[in-house]
Design a protein. Structure first.
Length: 405
């Protein structure tokens, strides 16, 4: 993916052991298509060298406001004017305090102060010992920085270099990358709540065995990520899938269709958008044995009879809030043939304003897909692309339709 193509990012390093992760972060930003200009404080040079950062960013690193390489000798002006964002990672407790006070006695803080505040956002990935993190002074500084318009990316939790355990570790490079990519996405669902069902369900026969399907959950998780990137508060109700939860998304793990229905109904009570991507089992075994069904010597194989599962999408679409237009419901249809006709019929049967068709078996587990959006006006095709790219397009389509509703 090239989610940061065309973006120029100033990556600022301040003093902290997490500087070792900044090398990986720099690489990840470049790999995602960004150009990266590294600026380092003197304290950060105690932890990693400008040579490493120059090699990874493919640009000379700036460490001093007196750098004679700039014709006007004003790197604080030139570097900030050229950038789409300044990302401080790691940002030490000391550097936060300095930002709060508008300190300007070395290049990085000077550049942050001199940046055009309306057009060059400041993103901060703090890193420090847990006591320093929890200290009222740090928390006060964080609140002030947020009030001054900076975006605080949060911290990780766990073992720290000092041997203590708690909050304050710098986020991992891939988490920071995900946050930076999200930051640049248009906020078309800001303030909205979105609920997504994803993955298969598992319908138990006995404590060991059950019936499930090949859905990987990738499309649903991509939609959850895209909705979060668009500024929504997102919950994903997930059947058994082995996917990492997208940053900032609340995940509720369930197993059966009935569990998925109960979790979904609780989540959609306050939601604005519901997207049903889960491949819910249409039927479950009529009885679930409490004990493992044994292959007794010579006895005939057991017969399984089925009973119908609740239809989660249809149930939610019939709810009072959906009927009143407060909850916009989107269904998916995985078809093996006649996609357009089947998707149109399914949209009417489920009673939803928008139904997204795809060819089922060939997309399961894949990283890309191709979608057909069917609404009352007709059908629009979203050509083959990665599931995340399609998810972002779908989120934009949902936001547009909600705005018109
Ligand atoms: N769906 C659901 N609950 C079910 C079955 C389906 O919420 N018990 C949702 C899916 O998440 C999807 C849509 O309904 O958004 C269509 O699912 P699909 O399995 O294609 O539709 P079915 O109604 O099962 O139709 P059929 O199997 O006949 O194609």
């Amino acid at each position: 993916m090239n989610d940061l193509a065309g973006k120029h990012i100033v990556l600022g390093l301040t003093g902290g052991i997490a500087c070792y992760k900044s090398a990986e972060l720099c690489r990840a930003l470049v790999k995602e298509g960004a150009t990266v200009q590294v600026v380092m404080t003197a304290a950060s040079e105690q932890f990693i060298t400008p040579v490493t950062m120059q090699a990874l960013s493919n640009r000379p690193v700036y460490c001093s406001q007196w750098d004679p390489r700039e014709p006007n000798n004003m790197p604080h002006i030139n570097l900030s004017r050229q950038s789409d964002a300044i990302l401080i990672a790691p940002c030490s407790a000391d550097f936060m305090a300095r930002l709060v006070h508008g300190a300007a006695d070395e290049l990085l803080s000077l550049m942050c102060l001199a940046r055009p505040i309306a057009t060059v956002p400041l993103l901060i990935a703090p890193a420090m010992n847990r006591e320093m993190w929890a200290h009222p002074a740090t928390q006060r500084n964080m609140a002030q920085l947020a009030a001054d318009g900076a975006t605080l990316l949060g911290v990780g939790s766990g073992e720290q270099a000092c041997g203590e355990t708690g909050d304050g570790r710098m986020l991992e490079p891939e988490q920071i990358l995900e946050d930076v990519v999200a930051f640049f996405q248009p906020k078309v669902l800001a303030g909205r709540k979105v609920v997504v069902t994803a993955g298969p369900t598992f319908e138990a026969l006995d404590p060991i065995r059950g019936i499930t399907n090949h859905s990987s959950g990738k499309m649903g998780f991509a939609i959850a990520r895209a909705a979060h990137e668009a500024g929504a508060e997102v919950s994903v109700v997930a059947g058994p899938v082995s996917l990492p939860t997208p940053r900032g998304v609340r995940r509720i793990d369930v197993r059966s269709a009935r569990e998925m229905l109960a979790a979904t109904e609780a989540e959609v009570a306050q939601a604005d958008v519901f997207v049903a991507t889960a491949a819910v089992a249409d039927w479950r075994p009529a009885t679930e044995s409490g004990q493992k069904i044994k292959k007794e010597g010579g006895s005939p194989p057991p017969t399984v009879s089925f009973t119908e599962n609740p239809d989660i999408l249809a149930t939610v679409a019939r709810s009072a809030r959906a009927q009143a237009g407060a909850l916009f419901c989107v269904g998916f249809a995985a078809e093996s043939h006649d996609l357009a006709a089947n998707a149109k019929a399914k949209r009417e049967r489920k009673g939803v304003p928008l139904l997204v068709g795809n060819i089922g078996p060939s997309t399961f587990g894949q990283d890309d897909n191709q979608l057909l959006l069917v609404d009352a006006q007709g059908a629009v095709e979203l050509p083959r692309a990665s599931k995340l790219v399609l998810a972002r397009q779908l989120v934009a389509e949902i936001a547009r339709r909600r705005a018109q509703a």
